[in-house]
Design a protein around this ligand. Structure first.
Ligand SMILES: C[S@@+](CC[C@H](N)C(=O)[O-])C[C@H]1O[C@@H](n2cnc3c(N)ncnc32)[C@H](O)[C@@H]1O
Length: 281
């Protein structure tokens, strides 16, 4: 489905005036996938998402750089995993609305036999799932409509495409700040990473609570006022804890722009997002 096929602003879910079925979603409340799409320069967002996005940028003017640096980290991490770590299976949870350098494109450009399973719980991402399913003929690409908190469902259904007896990379980019402490984010990550053998990887990025503290906290308040989902930003030590017991890939836990940047400009991009890549031992 293209943006032109999404229901117009204000039209709730279900059927459009033309009678076609749309996934169920409310265009009067901002959604994180659509706000993020707006920050990335995409077109799959509504007035309320743009208002939320603009309020965030007013509070933290480097926000768009930060989000784009996150996306660039995703591509560098997946390329590293495919080319240098020899990973051929990726479970990318919190896919986002398709943009450039989606995980399957980067992985299959590096290794065409890569198998990628995407997971998201947003109906707009679901509406775009077909665009995510155009992988290389040698590999495989699949999409699951599931919530990160439902780890059993994710692992059961992903097992139709991925072989969990072989190394798998669990990719969790800019999603864990949408899981509050009451939902046990550390337990969720351990259950997911328990599924693969030694040699599997965890790659994640997480919005920081301890970089540009005041402006980032204000941006969180502003953006949250348009959304129903609560955001929990975490500090360096809390993000590092997701990797307990793992061998950490150099350069360790850094801002997304500092993780193996390919140019001086990339390295200098402001980013209030921590990241890391770790190997199961
Ligand atoms: C900020 S976007 C990040 C997109 C992409 N991972 C990236 O880094 O470019 C967060 C994504 O996570 C999805 N998401 C949020 N909470 C989720 C949950 N509980 N289960 C599954 N997906 C979720 C959102 O719908 C959105 O697509």
């Amino acid at each position: 489905m293209t943006s032109a096929e999404l229901p117009p602003p204000g039209e709730p879910a279900g059927k459009s005036a033309g009678g076609e079925e749309h996934p169920s979603f409310d265009t009067s409340v901002a959604h994180v996938a659509r706000i993020y799409d707006y920050w990335l320069g995409g077109k799959d967002n509504y007035a309320v998402d743009r208002a939320a996005g603009d309020a965030g940028v007013r509070a933290y003017p480097d926000l768009v750089y930060s989000v784009r640096a996150n996306r660039a980290f995703l591509a560098r991490a997946v390329r590293y995993l495919a080319l240098e770590a020899g990973i051929r299976q990726f479970l990318d949870i919190g896919t986002g609305i398709p943009t450039s350098n989606n995980t399957h494109e980067v992985a299959q450009a590096a290794a065409p036999d890569s198998r990628v399973v995407y997971v998201d719980n947003d109906p707009v991402v679901l509406a775009h799932a077909r665009a995510l399913l155009t992988g290389s003929p040698e590999g495989a690409t699949d999409y699951l409509d599931a919530d990160l908190r439902d780890t059993d469902k994710i692992l059961d259904e992903a097992a139709q495409t991925l072989d969990f007896s072989q190394p798998v990379a669990i990719v969790l980019m800019a999603i864990l700040h949408l899981i509050g402490d009451q939902d046990d984010p550390y337990g969720i990550v351990s259950k997911l990473t328990a599924a693969g053998p030694a040699g599997s990887y965890l790659a994640l990025s997480h919005v920081a609570s301890d970089i540009d503290r005041k402006a980032v906290a204000e941006a969180r308040e502003q953006v949250s006022s348009f959304m129903t989902v609560k955001q929990t930003y975490r500090d360096h030590a809390q993000v590092t804890r997701f990797f307990d017991g793992r061998e950490i890939v150099e350069p360790g836990f850094v801002m997304v722009s500092e993780w193996r940047p390919v140019s001086a400009a990339e390295a200098a991009t402001p980013s209030a997002i921590w990241c890391g890549v770790g190997r199961k031992i």
